[in-house]
Design a protein. Structure first.
Length: 271
């Protein structure tokens, strides 16, 4: 009988994780089954426990449960504690181990897949929620020249920057403070563009040769990427590569085998 894994979220029917992990399993000849599980709001813990008791070996966690997954875990890694959020659970000998692979996924997509070096660059992260929190530590480990957080509620960005200040120099504030600054890498860690909205961004945001990266993805360019293109940016990327890379890290944690990601990204791009 194959080992069982799942992605748990609400909603979850749109998730590409079952397709991704099935492709990883075929390529690495791993005997596993991976499903999507809808957890009712307020029933995340019970849903995880039911899956674990039924023989589940591990689970990915998507919105809106990453903070609940952190609280549920009986053991957490340093990356998960820094993010205060968990997207990967492993069930081992009665323990629930929590990890966060989002930051690793973003780093591999930017540095390996896109060939963009983060060290020495001026980086802006838009947003101060769970998505931003999950990638700040890994970004600071790359030693950018400067890391700025911007959020519609400036106090949230300031507080998040304070939380990560021990990892490296990072400042937070509102979008109105961005005016005089230029950035080499701009990461949209909000879901605003999928909702047809954009933060109040200055048109002078991007430095020469800048990368505009949206952690969201869809069938076409997100609103943020469309706007970046209108400002003359030619290096554009959505979050599909990050999705596959963070899944590969989860797969490695569970199976001790690292799958190739390029064929899976190409498969998803082809539709």
């Amino acid at each position: 009988m194959p080992d069982r894994y799942a992605v748990i979220g609400n909603p979850v029917s749109h998730s590409k994780s079952p397709v991704i992990h099935a492709a990883f399993a075929r390529a690495t000849e791993q005997d596993l089954a991976y499903q999507a599980i809808l957890a009712p709001l307020g029933r995340f813990g019970a849903t995880v426990e039911a899956f674990r008791v039924a023989g589940g070996k591990g689970a990915n966690v998507t919105l809106p449960f990453k903070l609940e997954a952190f609280d549920l875990a009986t053991e957490t890694t340093e990356r998960a504690r820094a993010a205060h959020a968990v997207n990967t659970l492993s069930f081992e000998a009665g323990a629930v181990r929590g990890e966060n692979t989002d930051g690793v996924g973003l780093m591999r997509d930017i540095e390996t897949n896109l060939g963009v070096e983060i060290a020495g660059k001026r980086v802006l992260v838009m947003g101060a929620g769970g998505a931003a929190r999950g990638v700040l530590g890994p970004l600071l480990e790359r030693r950018p020249a400067a890391l700025t957080l911007a959020n519609r509620t400036p106090d949230k960005a300031i507080e998040l920057a304070r939380c990560f200040s021990r990892h490296g120099p990072v400042v937070g504030g509102g979008y109105e403070a961005l005016g005089p600054h230029r950035f080499d890498i701009v990461v949209n860690a909000t879901a605003a563009s999928l909702a047809g909205d954009l933060p109040p961004l200055p048109t002078s945001l991007f430095g020469a040769g800048a990368l505009a990266y949206d952690m969201m993805y869809g069938s076409g360019p997100t609103l943020f990427l469309q706007w970046a293109r209108e400002q003359g940016v030619t290096r554009l990327a959505d979050g599909l590569g990050m999705l596959v890379e963070q899944a590969a890290e989860s797969f490695f944690l569970w199976r001790a085998v690292r799958p190739e990601t390029a064929p899976v990204i190409a498969m998803l791009r082809a539709g």
